[in-house]
Design a protein around this ligand. Structure first.
Ligand code: HEM
Length: 401
């Protein structure tokens, strides 16, 4: 892993546009007064997992029940559908309870968030798909666990499934009876619980991990900051107009998503200020390069650039550098393409201005950004002939090697 000294952390924080940055060795000190719960134990979320479902999935895996569970949950898709029959009773009871929205969820805000997501979908697509996607490869715990879990062997399929989470969260009906988010998030929670039991049995994982059990509450918060918080920061930095009620609603949809993924309310930021402060503490200091992350980034960027829409690998590399900064670009050894870098530096702000109605004429090179978004969509949202992504299924093993 790249050694991050304080100066490195500061430079990286600035490159990513993070508000303030703390030292890498700082212990957990984010105050629960900035959380949804408003108070808490102060326990470091790195040591908090999802006990009840972790135990249920561990016993289901040990007893060979997972293939039957996967069959039972396959047709369970919409929020309004009843929890399927045929599940072990403790799992059925868990899902029955946990598929409900938390008491603090505000449907008016969630509907507003859905509208906001629709209006900003193009930016979110770039920010989640390229920025967040590649940032995840320099989050060592995430990169290693994704690489060594079963899904790491087929990154296109895995990326498509993760995109479907974002898709379901951003859908206009996400939280309505006809939407799918409450089901998708619960299925994801089951997958994460299974991974917590499986990965510690992987010799590869054991050889590289600095923790035994992956996907703690802190790890999930880190992923939120590399996607939601990062998107919020960049959209502000890029001058994209956002009403404060919309920003609030956007945060609210993430707050609910985090709760549905099993993060305790005492860790879920109650405001964007609190979220950015938490991000500076939990995300920036841990960024670093691992062999697994480098390999994953290559696969992800290769998948996009192999879609033949005239988006060159150089342009893609430079767009990643534009979003994440040169330090991360250098770690990943993304080859420079200075012509593309210049095009992006001038063209991207013009593209935004045109889309926001601030420029009367279509700017030169407009099509390049449109082609890029199509290429990302084709690489990761390819829903095949059935029109559906591969359904989220609970793994029963790890990546072989
Ligand atoms: C699986 C989303 C956080 C590691 C999944 C899946 C989704 C998802 C939708 C199911 C897709 C699949 O089966 O491949 C999310 C979201 C997160 C989050 C929205 C936070 C906001 C994390 C974190 C880690 C992680 C923090 C690790 C540190 C994994 C792994 C799998 C998985 C290893 C299983 C892949 C397999 O099937 O082998 N996640 N995740 N996730 N996630 Fe997450």
């Amino acid at each position: 892993m790249v050694d991050m000294n304080r100066r490195g952390v500061l430079t990286l924080g600035a490159a990513l546009g993070l508000a303030s940055v703390v030292t890498p060795s700082a212990a957990w000190s984010w105050s629960p007064s900035g959380s949804i719960a408003g108070a808490g134990t102060g326990v470091d979320p790195q040591w908090v997992w999802d006990d009840e479902i972790d135990q249920i999935m561990a016993s289901a895996l040990d007893n060979g029940q997972v293939p039957a569970i996967n069959d039972a949950i396959l047709p369970w898709v919409n929020n309004g559908q009843a929890v399927p029959s045929g599940l072990p009773p403790e799992l059925a009871a868990f899902l029955q309870r946990e598929k409900q929205l938390p008491a603090w969820a505000d449907m008016a805000k969630l509907r507003r968030a859905a509208n906001f997501n629709r209006k900003k979908d193009m930016y979110l697509f770039f920010l989640y798909g390229l920025g967040g996607g590649i940032m995840s490869t320099v989050i060592p715990r995430e990169a290693k666990s994704v690489y060594w879990s079963a899904g790491g062997a087929d990154m296109q399929d895995r990326a498509a499934k993760t995109f479907s989470f974002g898709y379901d969260l951003s859908d206009i009906n996400a939280f309505e009876t006809s939407g799918q988010f409450l089901v998708t998030s619960n299925k994801t929670r089951l997958v994460h619980a299974a991974v917590r039991h499986l990965l510690p049995q992987s010799p590869h994982w054991k050889a590289v991990a600095d923790e035994t059990i992956p996907i703690s509450n802190a790890d999930i918060l880190v992923t939120f900051h590399s996607t939601g918080t990062f998107a919020h920061k960049k959209m502000k930095e890029w001058g994209i107009p956002m009403l404060s009620a919309d920003q609030d609603a956007f945060l609210h949809s993430w707050q609910v998503a985090l709760h549905m993924l099993g993060v305790r309310d005492e860790y879920i930021p109650s405001s964007w200020n609190a979220a950015h402060a938490q991000s500076a503490q939990v995300l920036t200091p841990i960024l670093g390069l691992t062999p697994e992350g480098k390999a994953l980034a290559e696969v992800l960027l290769g998948l996009i650039s192999q879609v033949d829409l005239g988006v060159t690998r150089g342009f893609l590399n430079e767009f990643v550098r534009y979003q994440l900064g040169n330090e991360i670009g250098d770690w990943l050894e993304l080859k420079r393409d200075y012509v593309s870098a210049g095009l992006i530096r001038v063209g991207w702000p013009a593209y935004i201005a045109f889309r926001e109605g601030l420029l009367p004429l279509v700017p030169a090179n407009f099509y390049l950004f449109d082609q890029l978004i199509k290429a990302i969509a084709m690489a990761f949202l390819n829903r095949g002939e059935s029109g559906l992504t591969t359904p989220i299924t609970i793994p029963t093993g790890n990546r072989a090697g």
